[in-house]
Design a protein around this ligand. Structure first.
Ligand code: 6PG
Length: 244
């Protein structure tokens, strides 16, 4: 686990944009495509706008990128709660990514059917990979105040679902309280690089708790075991020093 701690979100996102650019350049030396999984919520909006800005847009070969989503709310793609809509508005519509290389989760579909369809999309994209070979080159994740990540909520039975994609019941304590479709722990763990982006003093306690958690109390703890990196801002870094 590597933790990078910054005073503000701008610095954190500049550093994460640089990491994404570096990883994509390394990957494209060996592979035809770079696969990136986007996280939802509100935190990554600034990062996405930065990646689409003149400074960063040309540093990633978007023609050779495939974009996936770590999770989606079961709403239509034009609904204000749609993770796809946020990513499209902040970044994707500004980038030269061929439309068939953006793999939207169809939140408007029946949740169980869509979970299956999205899993088949992922399997098809990685059909040449060996069974145990990592799938995604980089996945971006957020952290909820209850320690959830993607749409893997504490205590939810979806945590134990097999496969790479799972339907998730509407969370009762987390807004928006709508059904979700999410990568599972297995789906996330098959990523070569896992980067959490967390910002704001309101996340201070949960960040500290997750970094200190060695009993998998939180879904984010399960995901971050070992190979994750954290890009943290707006939190007293001194308090985190004991955990990395
Ligand atoms: C979602 C996200 C979720 C999010 C966290 C943090 O669909 O809501 O995938 O995991 O990353 O809840 O959300 P904020 O960035 O809005 O705090």
């Amino acid at each position: 686990m590597t933790v990078y701690c910054f005073n503000d979100k701008q610095d954190s996102c500049e550093a994460l944009a640089a990491k994404i650019s570096d990883i994509s350049s390394q990957v494209l030396l060996k592979q035809r495509f770079f696969s990136l999984v986007l996280s939802g919520g509100s935190t990554p909006r600034y990062l996405y706008e930065l990646l689409a800005s003149p400074k960063w847009q040309d540093k990633i070969n978007w023609h050779r990128a495939h974009v996936f989503f770590g999770d989606e709310r079961c709403v239509s793609p034009d609904h204000p709660d749609s993770n796809f809509l946020m990513a499209m508005d902040a970044m994707l519509k500004k980038l030269p990514i061929p439309g068939d290389q953006i793999h939207r989760i169809h939140g408007e579909n029946r949740v169980d059917e869509e979970a299956l369809r999205y899993q088949l999309v992922i399997e098809s994209y990685f059909r040449e990979n060996a069974a145990d070979e990592p799938l995604f080159d980089l996945i971006l994740l957020g952290l909820g105040g209850d320690g959830h990540t993607a749409s893997l909520f504490p205590g939810d039975r979806a945590l134990f679902n097999a496969g790479m994609v799972t339907p998730v019941a509407a969370p009762t304590l987390i807004e928006p309280s709508v059904q979700r479709i999410s990568l599972t722990f297995s789906g996330i763990a098959l990523s070569r690089n896992i980067c959490f982006l967390v910002d704001g003093a309101s996340k201070s306690k949960i960040v500290e708790a997750v970094l200190a958690d060695d009993s998998d109390k939180y879904p984010a703890s399960v995901v971050q075991r070992g190979k994750a990196c954290w890009f943290i801002s707006g939190i007293d870094c001194g308090r985190l020093k004991n955990h990395f």
